[in-house]
Design a binder for this molecule. Structure first.
Ligand SMILES: NC(=O)c1ccc[n+]([C@@H]2O[C@H](COP(=O)([O-])OP(=O)(O)OC[C@H]3O[C@@H](n4cnc5c(N)ncnc54)[C@H](OP(=O)(O)O)[C@@H]3O)[C@@H](O)[C@H]2O)c1
Length: 311
């Protein structure tokens, strides 16, 4: 079978594409430029195009059995999702989505969560519209509501190597998840036409606070890393690493995460573990693996900068 992955040069899409390739699936990727094509994991078939361009979206979707949709950080996100889902409907392509989805278990809990999000995260209104548009696809789609993921730390790699961990997280933490696990679960959903349609929360195994994250980085890198997320200037610091709508999204989202504890319900952790078929990767494992990779990329251990996904 052939699967089209949107966002394969980005964080989520890259891990899903890698898991699909590891399982022997043919993977096609919609990429915007030849330069970005060089960031794709080896083995993908690139199709040049843009989510704003119906012609290239149709070309990329023609002949595929299933598609992963990831919504870019973009003011046009609802229009792009509409164009993509409409094309999937026309070409009868099964759709899997990974991103922001409300996954509360009852109507009243969903309404309460929606009110909280609309009040404190107004920029999520577009993201929720994207999820609703995907949910209305003709061939019953699979939607994964992905928790804040570990790999966000790689955005502040230079700061971590400088001894500062500045992504604020409420002291009661939130259940962040490893995108490698998300990739494996989404790859299963893309390969298996009988994978249950509907909305599922993907949550990490434990609730990790900002100070605990700093401590784990310190241990893995064997150098002091202090937690900086309580300082007023964490938001300014992000501008050293991000720009545009992605910077705005990170600032607002982490502002929210800093104020509200968001531990995942036990049923979400159990459900994610069951889908994976083995224990979820812990944050500690992610930090150790990543520190090892950074050390290999930078044997003098004094390198700065870097980006995620790794090229
Ligand atoms: N950060 C979190 O913890 C978290 C958690 C849950 C959900 N989310 C949601 O996940 C989504 C972002 O996923 P991500 O982190 O994988 O994003 P990302 O790393 O920023 O990657 C975005 C991808 O979309 C591609 N893209 C952007 N505009 C495009 C266009 N016009 N046509 C075709 N491709 C385009 C980019 O390609 P280029 O390489 O050309 O730029 C890139 O491959 C957002 O909706 C976010 O709200 C994030």
């Amino acid at each position: 079978m052939t699967v089209l992955v949107i966002g394969a040069t980005g964080s989520i899409g890259r891990e899903v594409a890698t898991a699909l390739l590891a399982g022997g699936t043919r993977v096609r990727a919609l990429v915007r430029t030849r330069e970005r094509e060089e960031l794709l994991p080896p083995g993908l078939a690139p199709v040049l195009g843009d989510l704003r361009d119906e012609h290239s979206v149709t070309a990329a979707l023609t002949g595929v059995d299933a598609a992963l949709y990831v919504s870019p950080h973009d003011p046009d996100e609802v229009r792009m999702a509409d164009l993509f889902v409409t094309a999937c409907d026309r070409l009868d392509v099964r759709l899997v989505f990974a991103g922001v989805v409300l996954t509360a278990p009852s109507r009243s809990a969903r309404l309460a969560t929606e009110t909280l999000v609309r009040t404190f995260l107004p920029h999520y209104r577009g993201k929720l519209r994207v999820a609703r548009r995907v949910a209305a696809a003709q061939r019953e789609p699979v939607l994964f509501g992905v928790a804040n993921y570990f790999q966000n730390d790689e955005v502040i790699r230079a700061d971590i190597l400088d001894g500062r961990y500045g992504l604020p997280t409420h002291h009661n933490g939130l259940n962040r998840i490893d995108l490698r696990d998300v990739g494996e679960i989404a790859a299963r959903a893309l390969r298996d036409p009988d994978f249950p349609a509907g909305t599922t929360a993907l949550a990490g195994p434990e609730s990790v606070s900002g100070p605990r994250a700093a401590q784990l980085w310190s241990e893995a890198l064997d150098r002091p890393v202090r937690y900086d997320g309580d300082r007023q200037d964490w938001s300014d610091a992000l501008a050293r690493h991000l720009s545009g709508p992605k910077l705005a999204d990170f600032r607002r989202s982490y502002g929210f995460i800093a104020r509200f504890p968001l531990p995942a319900p036990a049923r979400d952790i159990a459900g994610t573990t069951a889908l994976l078929g083995r224990p979820l990767r812990s944050y500690e494992t992610y930090v150790r693996d990543t520190a090892e990779r950074w050390n290999c990329e930078d044997p003098s251990r004094s390198g700065r900068g870097g980006s995620y996904p790794p090229s």
